[in-house]
Write a protein that binds this ligand. Structure first.
Ligand SMILES: O=C(O)CCC(=O)C(=O)O
Ligand SMILES: [Fe+2]
Length: 504
């Protein structure tokens, strides 16, 4: 991808990257459906009116010439006939041509102008793939609403499965493409659904075209795009749906087999990140829960519940340190949010919406005070908090929070020194996925609402501790809100003086 293209992608507004955005989109669809319903009613009213007139126009059937002759010989019938064709039918004709529901049609068009664009759709396809592969979920389960061991009432429809099958083909995951296409064929369609499928153009042609284009290109890479296009369109000119279906299945099977036996046969082994997300890290032992009542004199009265997550490197979880009321307050603080992304090199992925609270507020002061109570660190010189809301499959790739060359460039606050420690408040209900993982030390933490996770990024001598590598598992179900605080080094000069590193 060209750098400019990336730049453009990073500046777009995504619905898919936050639950907040998705809530707005649900409202957009609701409004669209309301206009659509009114439009359908207006059309229905017209049909009803036509039927009333037709029903009233009762007259006997005339099968023979004699019957017809007899009918028009009666002046009452003759008069009615002439008058209707002279006066009524032209009016009906006018009526049928009168544009209907223009107001709704315009409103619908306006609503569609803010519908998700292809960059949003692509990001969502990638997110669905991320959920599927990180947790090794099976298409047949996902399609019928089974996510891990949770059965939901929601399920995917035929066009959803087809879009997923097509995406897997594009990214050359032929195995999953085949599985998804089999789900397409498994979805039961009733006859009324078939009419809709026909109207929306649910033929398998697009996928068949992509598959054929690739296979012609692979067998003859010197052909021009135009010649390939010509060959492909000729191939499917008179194809029936069943032909397309057979073609897709057989080609996908072949591609799947080749990718297993070919040169790129070695499947990438599962990453520690993914193993952690699936809950397969060994359980830690010898760790304690305790009350912290010493960092601040106030804690003697109200000690904080602290759970050791890892002793070396030091990671702790504070329980129940953010109330639901404070979470509501936090949401009230949020202004225009920006894109949050993950990854160091382009193309980075848009995975959340973030808001930097740079203005002082009672909420922010209280949260900073709490962080000081928990950690003993001084935050006056860098009081800003980062609030984030994740979206479909939102996650973070493994990364370090301490300054690397890249972070040094983008972090305007780097005059305060490195980020020696990080603290994350979990502020949303996440029932599946969304854990914070430390892949190198095989630690995984559930993002329990109201809790806060604290860890050091640097050793005591301020050199970076690579074991602080961490990531976030793709959210499966839930609205993952977080408040992030990076604790900078320089203001802590007296609180935590740089000391010699103790090597074990
Ligand atoms: O949200 C989390 O659990 C971690 C976030 C994180 O790693 C970061 O913001 O640097
Ligand atoms: Fe981080």
């Amino acid at each position: 991808m060209e750098p400019d293209e990336n730049e453009e992608r990073y500046n777009k507004d995504y619905y898919s990257s936050s639950v907040q955005g998705l809530v707005r989109l649900l409202q957009v669809e609701q409004e669209f459906m309301e206009k659509f319903t009114i439009y359908a009613n207006v059309l229905q009213e017209k049909v009803d009116n036509l039927n009333i007139y037709l029903d009233n126009l009762k007259r006997p059937n005339h099968y023979t010439h004699n019957e017809r002759e007899k009918y028009v010989s009666n002046p009452l019938n003759a008069f009615g006939l002439i008058r209707r064709l002279n006066q009524d039918w032209p009016k009906w004709q006018n009526y049928t041509q009168k544009p209907l529901g223009l107001e709704q049609l315009n409103a619908m068009q306006n609503i569609l102008s803010i519908a998700p664009e292809s960059f949003d759709m692509n990001e969502t396809l990638k997110a669905m793939h991320r959920i599927e592969t990180t947790y090794d979920l099976q298409p047949k389960d996902i399609a019928k609403g089974l996510l891990q061991s949770q059965q939901f009432n929601s399920k995917l429809e035929l066009r959803d499965c087809l879009a997923l099958a097509h995406h897997k083909f594009e990214i050359e995951d032929f195995h999953r493409s085949l599985l998804w296409f089999q789900e397409v064929l498994n979805v039961n369609t009733n006859p009324s659904q078939e009419i809709i499928d026909e109207l929306l153009g649910i033929t398998f042609k697009d996928l068949a075209l992509s598959i054929s284009t690739r296979s012609i290109y692979m067998s003859n890479q010197s052909l021009s795009n135009e010649s390939i296009h010509e060959l492909v369109s000729r191939q499917f000119k008179d194809a029936k749906p069943k032909d397309l279906e057979d073609f897709i299945i057989s080609k996908l099977k072949q591609c799947d087999k080749e990718s297993f036996t070919g040169t790129n046969a070695s499947r990438t082994p599962e990453s520690d990140h993914s193993i952690g997300c699936q809950g397969f890290f060994p359980k830690s032992t010898n760790l304690f829960c305790l009350y912290n009542s010493t960092t601040n004199p106030f804690l003697k009265l109200a000690p904080l519940k602290m759970e050791e997550v890892s002793r070396d490197p030091y990671i702790v979880m504070y329980h129940e340190v953010l109330s639901d009321k404070e979470i509501e307050e936090m949401k009230g603080e949020i202004g225009e949010m920006g894109n949050g992304w993950t990854g160091v090199d382009d193309p980075k992925e848009i995975v959340a919406r973030v808001f930097w609270s740079t203005e002082d507020s009672p909420f922010r002061a209280r949260i900073n005070q709490r962080i000081s109570d928990m950690t003993g660190f001084k935050l006056e010189e860098f009081p800003a908090l980062q609030l984030a809301n994740f979206g479909v499959g939102g996650y973070f790739k493994p990364h370090h929070d301490y300054f690397t060359e890249r972070l040094r460039k983008i972090d305007v606050n780097n005059t305060l020194g490195d980020r020696i420690a990080s603290l994350i408040f979990y502020a949303g209900e996440v029932s599946q996925g969304g854990q914070t993982v430390f892949p190198d030390i095989k630690v995984v933490v559930e993002p329990k609402k109201g809790n806060a996770l604290f860890w050091f990024n640097d050793f005591d001598d301020s050199s970076p501790d690579q074991r602080s590598l961490h990531s976030v598992c793709p959210v499966i179900v839930g609205s993952r809100w977080t408040i992030t605080k990076w604790i900078h080094y320089d203001p802590q000069i007296f609180v935590k003086p740089c000391s010699q590193r103790l090597f074990k």
